[in-house]
Structures are given as C-alpha cells and as structure tokens.
Design a protein around this ligand. Sequence first.
Ligand SMILES: NC(=O)C1=CN([C@@H]2O[C@H](COP(=O)(O)OP(=O)(O)OC[C@H]3O[C@@H](n4cnc5c(N)ncnc54)[C@H](O)[C@@H]3O)[C@@H](O)[C@H]2O)C=CC1
Ligand SMILES: CC(=O)C(=O)O
Ligand SMILES: [Mg+2]
Length: 372
Amino acid sequence: MRIAVPKEIKNHEYRVALTPTGARELTGRGHQVSVQAGAGEGAGFADRDYEAAGARIEADVATLWQDAELILKVKEPQAEEVARLTPQHTLFTYLHLAAEESLTQGLIESGATCIAYETITDAKGGLPLLAPMSTVAGRMAVQAGAHSLEKAQGGAGVLLPGVPGVAPGKVTVIGGGVVGENAARMALGLGAEVTILDKSIARLEVLDDRYQGRIKTVYSTADALDEAARTADMIIGAVLIPGAAAPKLITRAMLADMQPGSVLVDVAIDQGGCFETSKPTTHAEPTYIVDGIVHYCVANMPGAVARTSTLGLTNATLPFVLDLADKGWQQALRDNPHFLPGLNVHDGQVTYAAVADAFGLTSIDPAEAVNR
Ligand SMILES: NC(=O)C1=CN([C@@H]2O[C@H](COP(=O)(O)OP(=O)(O)OC[C@H]3O[C@@H](n4cnc5c(N)ncnc54)[C@H](O)[C@@H]3O)[C@@H](O)[C@H]2O)C=CC1
Ligand SMILES: CC(=O)C(=O)O
Ligand SMILES: [Mg+2]
C-alpha cells in the first residue's frame, strides 16, 4: 500500500502520525511510506530517521497526497487538506465531526473513506485511540488552569495548593473518564480540593474506590452543576458522549454565580465544548474572558507536548495502521468489530449515527459500507 504522512498544519500542532519505528514496521511488510519533509521535526524525528526506516521523504505536498492510498494524520483535516482528498484516499486521523459541520460536508463531498481515531472502541467499553491523548490533555488541563488563575492571565489570583493557614483552591471536574480522572489526579497532587461529577454511578464507584475519599464524587445533576459554579475556582469540562456533540452543562447565566477570575477549562471543546460560552482557541491565544470568567478552550492540547504525545498516540494507532495497510480498509474493518465504528464517512455518506444526528443528515450502517 502507498502510505503518506503529511506535516500537520493546525496552529501549533507539532505531533506526527507515524514515528520512524512505525515506518520501519510498514516498510518491512513491503509497504511504501512517504513522509512530508520536516513532518517529524516537532516531535524530535529528523527526515534522515525516516529514511533509515525505509521511508521516502517528499518535499512537495501535492505530490504526497496525489500518490497516496492511505493518509495518516493526527488532527482533523484543515480546509486546504480537505481540498486534497479524493475517493482514492483512506484517511485515518482524529475527526471530531459532530463539532464541525463544514468539515463533515467537505469530507462527504470528497468521496474519501474517513476513519476517526476517537470512535474506535475496545472490548472493555473504552476508546483506545482517544485514551492516550485524553491522558495527556487531562494532565495538562490542571497546569493550564492553574496558570490561568494567575492575575496576569485575568484569573482570581488563587494558588491551588494554598499555603499554611490559607485553604487550597477548589477544582471541580465534570466527567470522570480518562480526561477527568487524569485532571483530578494532577489537581490532587497539587493539593487542591477536588470534586468529580459524572452521570455514571459505576464510574463514580471506581473513582471512589481508587482514591479512597481523597477525591469527592458527586452524581451530576443541575443542582450539582449550580453548586460547582458557586464554589469552584476551576471547572474542567471532560464529558463525552462518543462521536456526539457535547452537552452544554454550564450556561452563560451560570457564569454570574461564579467568583470573578474563576477558570473554565473546556477539554471537551473538540466535540463542541460543554460550556455554553466555549469557543475553540489555539496554543497561540489559549484563553479569553467572558463575564469575568477565564476560558481555556484549546482543541489540540496534546500538540504542545508533541514528543510525549506522538509516542503515546502512535503506540495506540500502529496496530490499526498495520491492519489498514496489510488488508485494506474494508477487510480490516470487517475483521474487527471495534475498528468498524471508526468509520465516519465513506463514498459521500456519513456512517456514524451521532455525527449525522448533529446536523440532521442521514447515515448508513458502517457494516453496509464495508460489505459493498
Ligand atoms: N482538547 C483536547 O486537546 C482534547 C480533548 N479531548 C476530549 O475530552 C473529552 C473527554 O474524553 P475522555 O475523558 O477520553 O472520555 P471518556 O469517555 O473517558 O469520559 C467521559 C465521561 O463523561 C461522562 N459524562 C457523559 N455525559 C455526562 C454528563 N452530562 N455529566 C457528567 N458526566 C458525563 C461519562 O460518563 C464518562 O465517564 C472528549 O471530548 C475528548 O475528545 C481528549 C483529548 C484531547
Ligand atoms: C483528541 C484530540 O483532539 C487531540 O489529541 O488533539
Ligand atoms: Mg477540531
């Protein structure tokens, strides 16, 4: 198979979808790997490292895309990348389509086969290609939020651990999955008072057992959200309904109940965000203020720690990449029921129901697409 690895072009995105180690696995099986010149630089991989792994370096981005069958990326395609997609391409990357109607439309019109990392499942009910980046983003959320609490950033001037004689700051995490647990762990490590809200009792049981009362667990209701708004110095949004647009859990009206200079960190922004006042920001300008509340809404948080993130992400994606290369997308998805829900768009049709629902489109069953 002819495989292409473009250089990521989203703002301050330094990850790359394939390491030289991964390239060596692919070329060793007889596949042709072309890597855009400089694609690995931000993650610490030089062109010569890919060449040593048997890959070709391609300087011309148009040629790279035109020659490829399988395109490996990290972030959802940007407009100029969507324009390069054709029916010959299988695209494997994060897509987060429910948050972006124009991207969804662009992929439909491209005719390409588009498989999302974030909707692939595992036998334990998890999302194994989202989890490593959720771990990174959860861990970063507290450091981003703590910085945002400083006065120079518009924050309330609260130091999360407090000092002897001064109580620690309060952090509430909404959604106790991978992002939420990792954020809570970091906040706990900093000495903050930490509460996790979740709709899943089973998940709250796991967290309660794991942290033995050091983290408060609360069933997520409108009352619990009101209480969080009134009391928390920092609220971290970490909910997910796989593939779907995030529910808006903190409304603009609720900002009036928050202490001025409190911080909202919306990690769920890649699925549209779980605060009404959230809008995607970039690492170049990560925060903005609404009604005195600092908002941090970077949609590619792991891109800032590209070395760690690239290694973590590609450990998880490589087995799926090898399957796509060896078998082609149809057979690979037919053979693995957990790979199948990764298919989001094929041949002009949406194949993931929650994405279609977000925009009032119709979808077809991915099983129908792979058996055509
Ligand atoms: N901004 C960024 O750079 C990144 C964002 N993310 C995003 O973070 C979000 C969370 O991801 P994960 O932690 O991996 O998901 P997860 O599936 O592990 O956890 C989500 C949790 O939210 C809970 N939940 C769902 N609806 C809820 C509600 N109404 N109230 C309270 N809890 C609710 C679920 O029960 C689950 O425990 C996703 O949107 C993901 O795409 C992940 C990585 C990077
Ligand atoms: C999951 C995601 O959006 C990211 O890693 O950028
Ligand atoms: Mg996005």
